[in-house]
Design a protein. Sequence first.
Length: 260
Amino acid sequence: MPGEASTGTFLQGLERGLAVIRAFSAEAPSLTLSEVAREVGITPATARRILLTLEELGYVRSDGRRFSLTPRVLALGWAYLSSLDLGDIAGPFMEELSLKTRESCSIATLDLPDIVYVARVPTSRIMTVALGVGARLPAYATSMGRVLLAGLPADELEAYLSTLEAEALTDHTVTSADGLRDAVERAGVDGYALVDQELELGLRSIAVPIRDSRGRAVAALNVSAHASRTSKAALRSDVLGPLQECAESIGTALRRRGRI
């Protein structure tokens, strides 16, 4: 037991909750209640309380017998990265991308039903809403959101679409479950998503995933531009290539430093 325990400041429940999260791995992506209890060294009753609490908070899901982590757990890690050194690691690559494209670029992670901005290099103000680290936007109407939704397991994507009440933010916004499913699947096949004035009139953006060592999309990188100066064709022909190169460079740098 850590030395803090004797002072009365050590929270055993928090320690056990974190231990339960760490019990899941690539080798054991889903576990039964008894397997969690055995792995962590706690009673089944304690494991059940912790798992149900994590499920209620959205960090764990269950099929009735087996438990597994949800993408919300990624927000814990990316909160750390964004507060410490994500900007230092990704910043130079993003600055170079912004210089090449002469447009703003951002990194976001998924915290359903939103994306959360964790890094940004702006050029000029092209949105009515000011964006910075910690800003949230609806995943369904953003290029980064669609790239990250494409990385979800099929059942999690269906669960998200089945409960989503998508608002038509502009006349271009795709709001139907079928339309969004098609857009997300296309992003998965193409390896990028392009959103044309669905979040805000006059705003176009294109995004690609940043992948971890297992090939999972843990974050997304985008370039956004005003529709009056950048066509959809130009985003694909002039921006997509540098965007993909930048995402790969950031992913490689993060992996080498053991961040993802």
